[in-house]
Design a binder for this molecule. Structure first.
Ligand code: NAD
Length: 409
Protein backbone atom coordinates (compact mmCIF):
# COMPACT_ATOMS: atom_id res chain seq x y z
CA UNK A 1 0.00 0.00 0.00
CA UNK A 2 1.38 3.42 -0.96
CA UNK A 3 1.61 6.25 1.56
CA UNK A 4 -1.23 8.20 0.02
CA UNK A 5 -3.46 5.10 -0.12
CA UNK A 6 -2.80 4.60 3.57
CA UNK A 7 -3.66 8.23 4.26
CA UNK A 8 -6.87 7.96 2.25
CA UNK A 9 -7.75 4.98 4.39
CA UNK A 10 -7.28 7.11 7.52
CA UNK A 11 -9.25 9.90 5.86
CA UNK A 12 -12.19 7.65 5.02
CA UNK A 13 -12.16 6.30 8.57
CA UNK A 14 -12.53 9.85 9.92
CA UNK A 15 -15.23 10.63 7.35
CA UNK A 16 -17.22 7.59 8.46
CA UNK A 17 -16.93 8.70 12.09
CA UNK A 18 -18.41 12.02 10.94
CA UNK A 19 -21.28 10.10 9.30
CA UNK A 20 -20.49 11.49 5.84
CA UNK A 21 -22.16 9.54 3.08
CA UNK A 22 -20.05 7.69 0.50
CA UNK A 23 -21.06 10.31 -2.04
CA UNK A 24 -19.82 13.23 0.09
CA UNK A 25 -16.66 11.26 0.91
CA UNK A 26 -15.92 10.83 -2.79
CA UNK A 27 -16.67 14.49 -3.44
CA UNK A 28 -14.14 15.53 -0.80
CA UNK A 29 -11.48 13.09 -1.97
CA UNK A 30 -11.72 13.75 -5.72
CA UNK A 31 -9.79 16.79 -6.99
CA UNK A 32 -11.42 19.78 -8.65
CA UNK A 33 -9.18 19.43 -11.68
CA UNK A 34 -5.94 18.03 -12.98
CA UNK A 35 -4.13 19.93 -15.71
CA UNK A 36 -1.95 17.71 -17.88
CA UNK A 37 0.58 19.32 -20.24
CA UNK A 38 3.29 18.21 -22.63
CA UNK A 39 6.67 19.75 -21.86
CA UNK A 40 8.88 19.66 -24.95
CA UNK A 41 12.50 20.81 -24.71
CA UNK A 42 15.66 20.64 -26.77
CA UNK A 43 18.37 18.74 -24.89
CA UNK A 44 22.04 19.78 -24.93
CA UNK A 45 22.70 16.94 -27.39
CA UNK A 46 20.33 18.54 -29.90
CA UNK A 47 17.72 15.80 -29.39
CA UNK A 48 14.18 16.78 -28.56
CA UNK A 49 12.66 15.32 -25.40
CA UNK A 50 9.09 15.48 -24.21
CA UNK A 51 7.75 14.93 -20.70
CA UNK A 52 4.32 15.00 -19.14
CA UNK A 53 3.64 17.66 -16.55
CA UNK A 54 0.74 17.55 -14.09
CA UNK A 55 -0.88 20.02 -11.74
CA UNK A 56 -3.74 18.76 -9.64
CA UNK A 57 -5.90 21.28 -7.83
CA UNK A 58 -7.81 19.43 -5.17
CA UNK A 59 -9.90 21.87 -3.18
CA UNK A 60 -9.75 25.66 -2.79
CA UNK A 61 -12.67 26.29 -0.43
CA UNK A 62 -10.31 27.75 2.19
CA UNK A 63 -7.96 29.68 -0.12
CA UNK A 64 -5.66 29.35 -3.14
CA UNK A 65 -4.36 25.88 -4.00
CA UNK A 66 -0.95 25.10 -2.48
CA UNK A 67 1.44 22.20 -2.83
CA UNK A 68 4.72 20.87 -4.19
CA UNK A 69 6.02 20.08 -7.64
CA UNK A 70 8.22 17.00 -7.95
CA UNK A 71 10.50 15.88 -10.75
CA UNK A 72 10.47 12.09 -10.86
CA UNK A 73 9.91 9.38 -13.50
CA UNK A 74 6.99 7.96 -11.43
CA UNK A 75 4.96 11.19 -11.48
CA UNK A 76 1.55 10.60 -13.06
CA UNK A 77 -2.00 11.86 -12.79
CA UNK A 78 -3.09 9.42 -10.09
CA UNK A 79 -0.06 10.17 -7.94
CA UNK A 80 -0.56 13.88 -8.33
CA UNK A 81 -4.30 13.66 -7.51
CA UNK A 82 -3.78 11.64 -4.35
CA UNK A 83 -1.03 13.84 -2.97
CA UNK A 84 -3.03 17.01 -3.73
CA UNK A 85 -5.80 15.78 -1.43
CA UNK A 86 -3.34 15.37 1.43
CA UNK A 87 -2.29 18.99 1.06
CA UNK A 88 -5.87 20.19 1.52
CA UNK A 89 -6.08 18.40 4.87
CA UNK A 90 -2.62 19.46 6.03
CA UNK A 91 -3.36 23.14 5.27
CA UNK A 92 -6.71 22.86 7.05
CA UNK A 93 -5.19 21.29 10.20
CA UNK A 94 -2.55 24.02 10.25
CA UNK A 95 -5.37 26.54 9.74
CA UNK A 96 -3.60 28.39 6.96
CA UNK A 97 -5.76 29.91 4.21
CA UNK A 98 -4.94 27.46 1.45
CA UNK A 99 -6.45 24.57 -0.39
CA UNK A 100 -4.45 21.59 -1.62
CA UNK A 101 -2.55 20.97 -4.85
CA UNK A 102 0.33 18.84 -6.07
CA UNK A 103 2.03 18.10 -9.34
CA UNK A 104 5.21 17.45 -11.15
CA UNK A 105 6.94 16.35 -14.30
CA UNK A 106 7.77 12.75 -15.15
CA UNK A 107 11.44 13.45 -15.89
CA UNK A 108 14.54 12.02 -14.24
CA UNK A 109 16.67 14.95 -13.06
CA UNK A 110 19.66 12.65 -12.53
CA UNK A 111 19.91 12.37 -16.33
CA UNK A 112 19.47 16.08 -17.06
CA UNK A 113 21.91 18.98 -17.06
CA UNK A 114 21.29 22.21 -15.18
CA UNK A 115 20.48 23.96 -18.46
CA UNK A 116 18.00 21.26 -19.44
CA UNK A 117 16.29 21.44 -16.04
CA UNK A 118 15.95 25.20 -16.41
CA UNK A 119 14.30 24.75 -19.82
CA UNK A 120 11.87 22.20 -18.35
CA UNK A 121 10.91 24.55 -15.51
CA UNK A 122 10.34 27.47 -17.86
CA UNK A 123 8.39 25.37 -20.40
CA UNK A 124 6.17 23.95 -17.66
CA UNK A 125 5.35 27.45 -16.41
CA UNK A 126 4.56 28.56 -19.98
CA UNK A 127 2.02 25.73 -20.15
CA UNK A 128 0.34 26.26 -16.78
CA UNK A 129 0.73 29.99 -16.11
CA UNK A 130 -2.97 30.63 -16.64
CA UNK A 131 -3.97 28.19 -13.86
CA UNK A 132 -1.33 29.10 -11.26
CA UNK A 133 -0.65 32.48 -9.63
CA UNK A 134 -0.29 34.13 -6.21
CA UNK A 135 -4.06 34.17 -5.63
CA UNK A 136 -4.80 31.00 -7.56
CA UNK A 137 -2.30 28.20 -7.04
CA UNK A 138 1.13 28.49 -5.43
CA UNK A 139 3.59 25.64 -6.16
CA UNK A 140 6.54 24.80 -3.90
CA UNK A 141 9.54 22.44 -3.94
CA UNK A 142 9.07 18.71 -3.48
CA UNK A 143 11.10 15.60 -4.38
CA UNK A 144 14.05 16.62 -6.64
CA UNK A 145 13.06 20.29 -6.82
CA UNK A 146 14.35 23.10 -4.62
CA UNK A 147 15.03 26.81 -4.36
CA UNK A 148 16.81 26.90 -7.74
CA UNK A 149 13.82 25.51 -9.63
CA UNK A 150 11.45 27.85 -7.76
CA UNK A 151 13.61 30.84 -8.77
CA UNK A 152 13.36 29.88 -12.47
CA UNK A 153 9.63 29.35 -12.19
CA UNK A 154 9.05 32.65 -10.45
CA UNK A 155 11.13 34.43 -13.08
CA UNK A 156 9.27 32.79 -15.97
CA UNK A 157 5.85 33.48 -14.47
CA UNK A 158 6.83 37.11 -13.85
CA UNK A 159 7.90 37.46 -17.50
CA UNK A 160 4.57 36.12 -18.71
CA UNK A 161 2.27 37.86 -16.22
CA UNK A 162 3.84 40.58 -14.07
CA UNK A 163 6.34 40.70 -11.23
CA UNK A 164 4.98 38.03 -8.88
CA UNK A 165 7.30 36.78 -6.13
CA UNK A 166 4.30 35.12 -4.44
CA UNK A 167 3.63 32.68 -7.30
CA UNK A 168 5.84 30.00 -5.72
CA UNK A 169 7.32 29.45 -2.26
CA UNK A 170 10.59 27.83 -1.23
CA UNK A 171 12.57 30.44 -3.18
CA UNK A 172 16.20 31.32 -2.35
CA UNK A 173 16.61 33.72 0.57
CA UNK A 174 18.16 36.25 -1.85
CA UNK A 175 15.11 36.08 -4.11
CA UNK A 176 12.09 36.63 -1.87
CA UNK A 177 12.58 33.42 0.13
CA UNK A 178 11.71 33.33 3.83
CA UNK A 179 13.96 33.40 6.83
CA UNK A 180 13.48 30.21 8.88
CA UNK A 181 12.04 28.03 6.10
CA UNK A 182 14.82 25.43 6.15
CA UNK A 183 14.48 24.78 9.90
CA UNK A 184 10.66 25.07 9.98
CA UNK A 185 9.65 21.41 9.62
CA UNK A 186 12.20 20.17 12.17
CA UNK A 187 11.22 22.99 14.51
CA UNK A 188 7.58 21.96 14.14
CA UNK A 189 8.47 18.38 15.04
CA UNK A 190 10.19 19.66 18.19
CA UNK A 191 7.24 21.93 19.08
CA UNK A 192 4.67 19.16 18.65
CA UNK A 193 6.87 16.69 20.58
CA UNK A 194 7.08 19.25 23.40
CA UNK A 195 3.30 19.62 23.43
CA UNK A 196 2.79 15.84 23.41
CA UNK A 197 5.17 15.46 26.36
CA UNK A 198 3.30 18.20 28.27
CA UNK A 199 0.08 16.19 27.93
CA UNK A 200 1.88 13.35 29.70
CA UNK A 201 3.11 15.66 32.45
CA UNK A 202 6.64 15.71 31.08
CA UNK A 203 9.04 18.05 29.29
CA UNK A 204 11.83 17.75 26.72
CA UNK A 205 14.48 18.28 29.38
CA UNK A 206 15.56 14.84 30.63
CA UNK A 207 13.59 12.93 27.98
CA UNK A 208 15.18 10.45 25.55
CA UNK A 209 14.63 10.65 21.79
CA UNK A 210 15.38 8.34 18.87
CA UNK A 211 15.27 9.86 15.38
CA UNK A 212 15.22 7.92 12.12
CA UNK A 213 16.66 10.13 9.37
CA UNK A 214 19.19 12.91 9.88
CA UNK A 215 18.37 15.08 6.86
CA UNK A 216 16.62 18.42 6.90
CA UNK A 217 13.79 17.41 9.24
CA UNK A 218 15.67 15.02 11.54
CA UNK A 219 18.75 17.16 12.09
CA UNK A 220 16.87 20.38 12.86
CA UNK A 221 14.51 18.51 15.19
CA UNK A 222 17.53 16.97 16.97
CA UNK A 223 19.19 20.36 17.35
CA UNK A 224 16.12 22.00 18.92
CA UNK A 225 15.65 18.98 21.21
CA UNK A 226 19.26 19.09 22.38
CA UNK A 227 19.11 22.86 22.93
CA UNK A 228 16.13 22.39 25.27
CA UNK A 229 17.74 19.65 27.36
CA UNK A 230 16.50 16.55 25.53
CA UNK A 231 18.79 13.55 25.12
CA UNK A 232 18.98 12.28 21.53
CA UNK A 233 20.33 8.76 22.00
CA UNK A 234 20.10 7.46 18.44
CA UNK A 235 19.87 8.86 14.91
CA UNK A 236 20.31 7.32 11.48
CA UNK A 237 20.63 7.98 7.79
CA UNK A 238 20.34 5.72 4.75
CA UNK A 239 23.61 4.01 5.73
CA UNK A 240 22.49 2.99 9.24
CA UNK A 241 22.09 4.26 12.78
CA UNK A 242 24.34 5.33 15.64
CA UNK A 243 23.55 4.89 19.33
CA UNK A 244 24.88 6.30 22.56
CA UNK A 245 22.69 5.87 25.65
CA UNK A 246 24.39 8.92 27.22
CA UNK A 247 23.16 11.11 24.35
CA UNK A 248 24.77 12.19 21.09
CA UNK A 249 26.44 15.58 20.66
CA UNK A 250 24.19 16.94 17.90
CA UNK A 251 26.35 19.98 17.00
CA UNK A 252 29.38 17.74 16.56
CA UNK A 253 27.29 15.26 14.59
CA UNK A 254 25.98 17.94 12.20
CA UNK A 255 29.55 19.12 11.62
CA UNK A 256 30.66 15.50 11.11
CA UNK A 257 27.90 14.74 8.60
CA UNK A 258 28.81 17.89 6.66
CA UNK A 259 32.38 16.63 6.30
CA UNK A 260 31.88 12.90 5.78
CA UNK A 261 28.42 12.88 4.20
CA UNK A 262 27.03 10.33 6.69
CA UNK A 263 26.48 9.83 10.41
CA UNK A 264 27.59 6.18 10.63
CA UNK A 265 31.33 6.79 11.09
CA UNK A 266 30.81 9.23 14.00
CA UNK A 267 33.30 8.28 16.75
CA UNK A 268 32.40 6.78 20.15
CA UNK A 269 29.04 5.24 19.30
CA UNK A 270 27.49 1.82 18.76
CA UNK A 271 26.04 0.89 15.38
CA UNK A 272 22.38 0.00 15.01
CA UNK A 273 20.30 -0.86 11.96
CA UNK A 274 17.42 1.33 10.77
CA UNK A 275 15.03 -1.52 11.64
CA UNK A 276 16.35 -2.07 15.20
CA UNK A 277 16.42 1.68 15.85
CA UNK A 278 12.61 1.74 15.78
CA UNK A 279 12.48 -0.80 18.63
CA UNK A 280 14.95 0.86 21.03
CA UNK A 281 14.03 1.79 24.61
CA UNK A 282 13.22 5.50 24.40
CA UNK A 283 10.55 7.96 25.51
CA UNK A 284 9.95 9.55 22.11
CA UNK A 285 10.45 8.10 18.64
CA UNK A 286 10.62 10.37 15.59
CA UNK A 287 10.50 8.80 12.13
CA UNK A 288 11.97 11.49 9.86
CA UNK A 289 13.07 9.57 6.77
CA UNK A 290 10.73 7.25 4.93
CA UNK A 291 7.11 6.26 4.76
CA UNK A 292 5.75 2.80 5.77
CA UNK A 293 8.27 2.10 8.54
CA UNK A 294 5.69 1.03 11.12
CA UNK A 295 3.80 -2.09 10.12
CA UNK A 296 1.79 -4.83 11.85
CA UNK A 297 5.09 -6.76 12.10
CA UNK A 298 6.97 -4.27 14.29
CA UNK A 299 4.26 -2.09 15.92
CA UNK A 300 3.88 -4.36 18.97
CA UNK A 301 7.63 -4.17 19.66
CA UNK A 302 7.93 -0.39 19.65
CA UNK A 303 8.94 0.75 23.16
CA UNK A 304 8.36 4.50 22.86
CA UNK A 305 5.26 5.97 24.47
CA UNK A 306 5.14 8.93 22.06
CA UNK A 307 5.68 8.88 18.28
CA UNK A 308 6.00 12.17 16.40
CA UNK A 309 5.72 11.68 12.63
CA UNK A 310 8.27 13.94 10.95
CA UNK A 311 8.16 11.84 7.77
CA UNK A 312 5.10 11.63 5.56
CA UNK A 313 3.15 8.41 6.02
CA UNK A 314 5.49 6.44 8.32
CA UNK A 315 2.64 4.46 9.92
CA UNK A 316 0.60 1.88 8.02
CA UNK A 317 -3.08 1.61 9.03
CA UNK A 318 -2.72 -1.78 10.76
CA UNK A 319 0.23 -0.47 12.79
CA UNK A 320 -1.81 2.58 13.69
CA UNK A 321 -4.53 0.37 15.16
CA UNK A 322 -1.92 -1.40 17.28
CA UNK A 323 -0.49 1.90 18.53
CA UNK A 324 -4.00 3.03 19.38
CA UNK A 325 -4.72 -0.18 21.25
CA UNK A 326 -1.38 0.14 23.12
CA UNK A 327 -2.21 3.78 23.96
CA UNK A 328 0.93 5.10 22.31
CA UNK A 329 0.43 8.80 21.63
CA UNK A 330 1.02 9.34 17.89
CA UNK A 331 1.28 12.92 16.64
CA UNK A 332 0.25 12.43 13.01
CA UNK A 333 2.25 13.66 10.03
CA UNK A 334 -0.35 16.18 8.89
CA UNK A 335 0.20 18.01 12.18
CA UNK A 336 3.75 17.09 13.21
CA UNK A 337 5.41 18.05 9.91
CA UNK A 338 3.14 21.00 9.04
CA UNK A 339 5.84 23.50 10.09
CA UNK A 340 7.17 23.56 6.53
CA UNK A 341 3.91 24.50 4.85
CA UNK A 342 3.15 27.04 7.58
CA UNK A 343 6.48 28.73 6.89
CA UNK A 344 5.72 28.61 3.15
CA UNK A 345 2.55 30.50 3.98
CA UNK A 346 4.68 33.09 5.82
CA UNK A 347 6.89 33.42 2.74
CA UNK A 348 3.82 34.08 0.59
CA UNK A 349 2.44 36.63 3.10
CA UNK A 350 5.77 38.49 3.01
CA UNK A 351 5.84 38.36 -0.80
CA UNK A 352 2.30 39.72 -1.07
CA UNK A 353 3.29 42.61 1.22
CA UNK A 354 6.79 43.14 -0.29
CA UNK A 355 8.01 42.90 3.30
CA UNK A 356 10.49 40.73 5.16
CA UNK A 357 10.13 39.23 8.63
CA UNK A 358 13.12 38.44 10.80
CA UNK A 359 13.82 34.95 12.15
CA UNK A 360 12.53 35.78 15.62
CA UNK A 361 9.14 36.89 14.30
CA UNK A 362 8.90 33.84 12.03
CA UNK A 363 9.67 31.46 14.89
CA UNK A 364 7.22 33.21 17.18
CA UNK A 365 4.40 32.96 14.59
CA UNK A 366 5.24 29.35 13.73
CA UNK A 367 5.31 28.25 17.35
CA UNK A 368 1.98 29.94 18.12
CA UNK A 369 0.24 28.39 15.13
CA UNK A 370 1.55 24.90 15.78
CA UNK A 371 0.70 25.00 19.48
CA UNK A 372 -2.81 26.13 18.65
CA UNK A 373 -3.21 23.41 16.02
CA UNK A 374 -1.95 20.83 18.53
CA UNK A 375 -4.41 22.06 21.20
CA UNK A 376 -7.38 21.89 18.85
CA UNK A 377 -6.53 18.39 17.61
CA UNK A 378 -5.72 17.06 21.08
CA UNK A 379 -8.98 18.42 22.50
CA UNK A 380 -11.00 16.72 19.74
CA UNK A 381 -9.10 13.47 20.37
CA UNK A 382 -9.95 13.59 24.08
CA UNK A 383 -13.56 14.67 23.54
CA UNK A 384 -14.32 12.08 20.88
CA UNK A 385 -12.07 9.38 22.39
CA UNK A 386 -10.18 8.91 19.13
CA UNK A 387 -6.49 8.96 18.15
CA UNK A 388 -4.82 12.26 17.33
CA UNK A 389 -4.70 11.12 13.70
CA UNK A 390 -8.46 10.66 13.50
CA UNK A 391 -8.91 13.94 15.37
CA UNK A 392 -6.63 15.78 12.91
CA UNK A 393 -8.66 14.52 9.97
CA UNK A 394 -11.93 15.34 11.72
CA UNK A 395 -10.72 18.92 12.32
CA UNK A 396 -9.50 19.27 8.72
CA UNK A 397 -12.60 17.80 7.10
CA UNK A 398 -14.82 19.95 9.33
CA UNK A 399 -12.98 23.13 8.32
CA UNK A 400 -13.03 22.37 4.60
CA UNK A 401 -16.68 21.35 4.80
CA UNK A 402 -17.65 24.51 6.67
CA UNK A 403 -15.89 26.77 4.15
CA UNK A 404 -17.56 24.91 1.28
CA UNK A 405 -21.02 25.38 2.79
CA UNK A 406 -20.41 29.06 3.62
CA UNK A 407 -19.37 29.73 0.03
CA UNK A 408 -22.47 27.98 -1.27
CA UNK A 409 -22.29 24.64 -3.00
P1 NAD B 1 16.21 14.68 3.47
O1 NAD B 1 16.46 14.12 2.13
O2 NAD B 1 16.85 15.96 3.86
O3 NAD B 1 16.65 13.59 4.59
C1 NAD B 1 16.20 12.28 4.56
C2 NAD B 1 17.00 11.48 5.57
O4 NAD B 1 16.51 10.12 5.54
C3 NAD B 1 18.49 11.39 5.29
O5 NAD B 1 19.21 11.34 6.48
C4 NAD B 1 18.60 10.06 4.54
O6 NAD B 1 19.90 9.49 4.60
C5 NAD B 1 17.60 9.24 5.31
N1 NAD B 1 17.15 8.07 4.56
C6 NAD B 1 16.91 7.95 3.24
N2 NAD B 1 16.58 6.69 2.92
C7 NAD B 1 16.60 6.00 4.08
C8 NAD B 1 16.38 4.65 4.40
N3 NAD B 1 16.07 3.76 3.46
N4 NAD B 1 16.45 4.29 5.70
C9 NAD B 1 16.78 5.20 6.65
N5 NAD B 1 17.03 6.48 6.39
C10 NAD B 1 16.94 6.87 5.12
O7 NAD B 1 14.63 14.74 3.62
P2 NAD B 1 13.79 15.62 4.61
O8 NAD B 1 13.42 16.88 3.92
O9 NAD B 1 14.45 15.64 5.93
O10 NAD B 1 12.44 14.76 4.67
C11 NAD B 1 12.33 13.64 5.54
C12 NAD B 1 10.87 13.21 5.60
O11 NAD B 1 10.07 14.32 6.05
C13 NAD B 1 10.26 12.79 4.27
O12 NAD B 1 9.30 11.79 4.53
C14 NAD B 1 9.55 14.05 3.79
O13 NAD B 1 8.48 13.75 2.92
C15 NAD B 1 9.04 14.59 5.11
N6 NAD B 1 8.74 16.02 5.08
C16 NAD B 1 9.71 16.94 4.85
C17 NAD B 1 9.40 18.29 4.87
C18 NAD B 1 10.46 19.35 4.66
O14 NAD B 1 10.14 20.53 4.80
N7 NAD B 1 11.71 18.98 4.37
C19 NAD B 1 8.08 18.71 5.11
C20 NAD B 1 7.11 17.74 5.35
C21 NAD B 1 7.45 16.40 5.35
Amino acid sequence: MKAFEATNKFLRGAMRRMDLTDHIQDLLIQPQRCVKVKVVVELDSGDVASYMGFRTQHNNARGPFKGGLRFHPTVDEDHSNSLASLMSWKAAVADIPYGGAKGGINCNPKHLTVGELEKICRKFVEQVHDVIGPTQDIPAPDVNTGAREMAWMMDQYSKLESFSPGVVTGKPLDLFGAEGRSEATGRGVWITATEALKRKGREVDGTTFVIQGFGNVGSYAAKFIQDTGGKVICVSDVNGGIYNPEGLDIDALIAHRKKSGTVVDFPGVDQVSNEDLLLLETDVLIPAALGHVFTAENARDVKASIIVEGANGPTMPDADEIFDEREILVVPDILANAGGVICSYFEWVQNMQYFRWDLEHTRDQLDKRLKKAFDVVYDVAVKKKVSMRSAAFIVAIGRVGKATVLRGV
